[in-house]
Design a protein around this ligand. Sequence first.
Ligand code: ATP
Ligand code: MG
Length: 459
Amino acid sequence: MKDFQMTVLDSSNVRFKGQKLLLVDDDSSLLKLLSIRLRHIGLDVLTVESAAEALAAIPVFNPQLVITDLRMDEMNGMALYEQIQQTSPTLPVIIMTAHGTIKEAVEATSLGVFGFITKPINHSELNVEIEKAFKLHAGTASSFLEKKWRKNIIGQSSVMESLLKDLYHVAQSDISVYIQGESGTGKELIAQAIHKASPRKNKPFVAVNCSAIPEELLESELFGHKRGAFSGAIENRKGLFELADGGVLFLDEIGDMSPSFQVKLLRALQEGEVRPVGESQTRPIDVRVVSASHRDLKQMVDEKTFRLDLYYRLNIVTLRLPNLTQRLEDIPLLVNYFIAAGGTKVKKVSNEAMEILLGYEWPGNIRELKNVIDQACAFATTTLIPASLVEKALQKKSLSMPSFNEARKNFERDYLIQVLKLVGGNVSQAARIAKRNRTEFYRLLSRHMLKPASFKEKK
Ligand SMILES: Nc1ncnc2c1ncn2[C@@H]1O[C@H](COP(=O)(O)OP(=O)(O)OP(=O)(O)O)[C@@H](O)[C@H]1O
Ligand SMILES: [Mg+2]
């Protein structure tokens, strides 16, 4: 009781004016005592006795900080924190426990929990934590814990956590990062996160897909051109390097860049300047380069299709993205995220459907998972996606898009059938319509195992 009196006296100089704090503990007497003390230092405190009540209160009360007990029945403090992360990723959470162990504290803070406090509560320590949290929430400090930069990256698997930790670390400097990952693993998302976590975050992020642009255009695209430099260059145009000035240039599918362009890129990076096509003057560039590819660049270097010197320049740090099947525990999170993002009436997938999703191979990784969920949501008639819809989406995807060769074969066969029907199986006439000579036409027919006789009108 003595201690309590002290706190009241201490708090005569109010430190926190009307800041909102949500306090969660299943021990109602502690809740009462603690809230009295916190109100005395000026806080607007709401108390609840369970995590479920806390989740219901957050959207209504809009706290700037949550302090929760760790050990609670039903849902514990960590689970509560994880839920809060889904809906309010920037809301700081401080966890208190009477059973605080170093291990739990480390785990909690590495997951992004803002602070950790052991019971019995030392009040000056708590005040310091609260102050830090408010400062952070006010956006004065952008930090790993604040997690703004990773807001749309879903995943709590240990591979992803350690990748994101590395990412945050390397983002702070200007070193070149190379992102290796198979198709649909989130390379572009990761490149954006490097930008968001870096001191360059308020400058542009410019992405360019090196495989989508023909080589002759890539130079003017990246370096710009002078008016009249080539036919079609009707005005001076800045290249993407210049547009990304002060920010980050993301060179996607760098493995598809031709050897001759690799030389030009290397020179620009080495000199720190670009020369627009048709221009005699060079221009200095201040750009951080992040690159990515689904190919194995090291192997390309061994096969001499990628320059070793460029490889070293781009690849000071490699971030390797795991395939979706290497992070199965993220699938349920991703599924729920894509369901919510879709904005349909669907709320979740059935347990059976989830099992199918967990057992699938995902050659197209997260992009494929997103497509499957989007499709299933589109066809769902209730708030729950049944297994049958997931199965359908998984099959449809492979059936709906034949390969180019398959599509061409189908088209040829359908075309030939139409023509033969039209002329009642007369090959000379059919060949004329198709503008092919008879020999060629017979070859086509045999390729598709079509017999002209079967198109003859039966008399
Ligand atoms: N961790 C993640 N959390 C949420 N969405 C993700 C995650 N990773 C990827 N996505 C989503 O999956 C899709 C594919 O991601 P992205 O385009 O970054 O992959 P990529 O590796 O560049 O793919 P590609 O090889 O096809 O270019 C995007 O819609 C992206 O938003
Ligand atoms: Mg991509």
